[in-house]
Design a protein around this ligand. Structure first.
Ligand code: GLN
Length: 267
C-alpha cells in the first residue's frame, strides 16, 4: 500500500472530524439569536408606542396611520437595519412589559429616561428634552400655579412621569386626595374628561400639552412644571440593538435631519 496515500487519507479524515466538531460546538455555544439577527431574519422592526402623544406619535386622521416625530426616527432605524417598520399602538404603561415579553423590539414613545425604568430596560442617548405642563379648560381663570391644584380633580395617564409628579407633589403632600386623581389608559381620554368637566386639570408633557391646546382649541396650558426630562428609546437590557439606535440618533443629529424632523412636526 502506498504510505503517502494512507497518510493523506488520515489527514483528510482528521480535518473533516475537526471541522464537524468545531461547527457543532459553535452552534451549541451560540445560544439564542441576538435581537438584530432576529429582526433581520424576519425583515421587520417591531416598535411599540402609545399613539396619543402628538406630535411625537398620533393617528393621522386621513390615512389612519401612526405618524409623528418619533415615528420618523423609528423609520430611520428600520432603514439602517434594512428592514420594514411595524408600529404597534399599546397603552403607555404596557409598553415596557411588551418589550420584556418580546412582543416588540423597541419602545419609542416620548418616554422619559428614569432611574426606575433604567433598572429594567436599556435607554438610548437622549434625543429630546421636555418639562410637564398643566392643561385646563380655555375659560379657566382659577388655576395658575401648583398651589391652585389643591382640592381639584386631576387627570393623568397611567404610568407616566406626569402621574408620578401628581403622586409625589399633590397626593403625598396632602393637597389632593387619591380619589381625586383620575388615571386614564390614554391621554386622549384625560383630555376628553377635561373638556366634559370630569377633571379640572390634566398633567401632561409640555410639548404635547401645547399640541392639544392647538388642536382642541377649548383647552389651554395653565402653567409649566419644570422637570427637565430627557426622552430616550428603550430596548431590552443588553440588546445589540442599542448601539445601532445610538448610531442612527448620532447620524440624524450630525446630518441635520433631526432638526428637519423638529421643524416638520413642531411648527
Ligand atoms: N414623558 C412621559 C413619560 O415618560 C410621558 C410619555 C407618554 O405618555 N407617551 O412618562
Amino acid at each position: 500500500m502506498n504510505k503517502t496515500l494512507i497518510a493523506a487519507g488520515i489527514i483528510i479524515v482528521i480535518i473533516i472530524v475537526a471541522t464537524l466538531a468545531y461547527y457543532s460546538m459553535a452552534q451549541g455555544g451560540k445560544g439564542e439569536e441576538s435581537d438584530v439577527e432576529k429582526i433581520k431574519k424576519r425583515g421587520k422592526l417591531i416598535v411599540g408606542t402609545s399613539a396619543d402623544f402628538p406630535p411625537f406619535e398620533f393617528v393621522d386622521e386621513k390615512t389612519n396611520e401612526i405618524v409623528g416625530f418619533d415615528i420618523d426616527i423609528a423609520k430611520a432605524i428600520a432603514e439602517k437595519l434594512g428592514v420594514q417598520l411595524e408600529v404597534k399602538d399599546i397603552k403607555f404603561d404596557a409598553l415596557i412589559p411588551a418589550l420584556q415579553n418580546g412582543e416588540i423590539d423597541m419602545v419609542i414613545a416620548g418616554m422619559t429616561v428614569t432611574e426606575e425604568r433604567a433598572k429594567v430596560v436599556d435607554f438610548s442617548e437622549p434625543y429630546f428634552e421636555a418639562d410637564q405642563a398643566v392643561l385646563v379648560k380655555a375659560d379657566n381663570e382659577e388655576i395658575k400655579s401648583a398651589d391652585d391644584l389643591a382640592g381639584k380633580k386631576i387627570g393623568v395617564q397611567s404610568g407616566t412621569t406626569g402621574e408620578l409628579w401628581v403622586d409625589e407633589n399633590l397626593v403625598k403632600a396632602g393637597k389632593v386626595s387619591e380619589d381625586n386623581v383620575k388615571r386614564y389608559n390614554k391621554f386622549i381620554e384625560a383630555i376628553l374628561a377635561l373638556k366634559k368637566g370630569d377633571v379640572d386639570a390634566v398633567v401632561i408633557d409640555k410639548p404635547v400639552a401645547e399640541a392639544y391646546a392647538k388642536s382642541e382649541g377649548d383647552v389651554k396650558v395653565a402653567f409649566i412644571i419644570k422637570t427637565g426630562e430627557q426622552y430616550g428609546i428603550a430596548v431590552r437590557k443588553g440588546s445589540d440593538l442599542l448601539p445601532i439606535v445610538n448610531e442612527v440618533l448620532k447620524e440624524l443629529k450630525d446630518s441635520g435631519k433631526l432638526d428637519q424632523f423638529l421643524k416638520k412636526w413642531f411648527s
